[in-house]
Design a protein. Structure first.
Length: 218
């Protein structure tokens, strides 16, 4: 079972896209939306029934944090006890600590567009070039996170931006695992058509599935 947050801290369609990605992954997760207006609330009891908690993309980090911070202790304990956290864009920012759940020990989280040498400087939806496991790929992007792994920190970097900063990685927290990605591997055809964007690689979900599988295989 994968619990996927749905509420005001996620953008329209983002939760649904993450759920589709999880259901299509090799592990074929069952998914359940959770949040303040859902039948399933976020609590220690509901998290105990799940293998993963997924935090989708959304808007402003600080505004989102005000809406989800009441769940922080339960989510940290869930991961510390062996659960898995997946964070997409905003969900990746929220995995950090300023503000956030504090799940990325030894890993800094900042906006890619503000990093030195970044080729994207605005917050409009676009497509970003990355290297995923050393291979050039393109991903849907909107003000996504970049990660800096401090020396001595154990993490599997799956993808990097052109600056060399990590765009996707998997790390441990307690007995659990955390997979985070700055761009949007869950973006489907509607995301591209709505924004009149195109992906040179086509619309594929293998990168998102790799993130999920690596998180669970770690």
């Amino acid at each position: 079972m994968a619990l996927v947050y749905r509420g005001q801290a996620a953008c329209s369609g983002c939760s649904e896209a993450v759920a589709v990605l999880l259901r299509g992954a090799p592990a074929r997760f069952d998914t359940q939306f959770c949040g303040p207006d859902e039948d399933v609330q976020i609590s220690a009891a509901t998290l105990a029934e799940a293998a993963v908690y997924a935090q989708p993309g959304g808007g402003d980090v600080r505004q989102a944090w005000r809406r989800v911070r009441t769940y922080a202790d339960d989510i940290r304990r869930f991961v510390d006890d062996g659960g898995n956290y997946l964070g997409f864009c905003l969900g990746a920012y929220l995995a950090g600590a300023r503000p956030g759940y504090g799940l990325l020990n030894g890993i800094g989280v900042n906006g890619y567009i503000y990093s030195k040498g970044a080729t994207i400087h605005g917050t409009d939806d676009t497509v970003v070039a990355v290297r995923w496991r050393g291979q050039p790929r393109h991903m849907y992007f909107q003000d996504g996170a970049a990660f800096t792994v401090k020396p001595g920190t154990t993490a599997t970097v799956l993808a990097t931006y052109d600056t060399g900063a990590a765009a996707a990685l998997v790390t441990s927290y307690g007995a659990g695992h955390v997979g985070v990605v700055g761009p949007h591997p869950e973006a489907d055809s509607s995301w591209y058509s709505d924004t009149r964007l195109s992906n040179p690689d086509g619309i594929r979900f293998d990168l998102g599935h790799d993130l999920i599988q690596t998180t669970f295989a770690r």
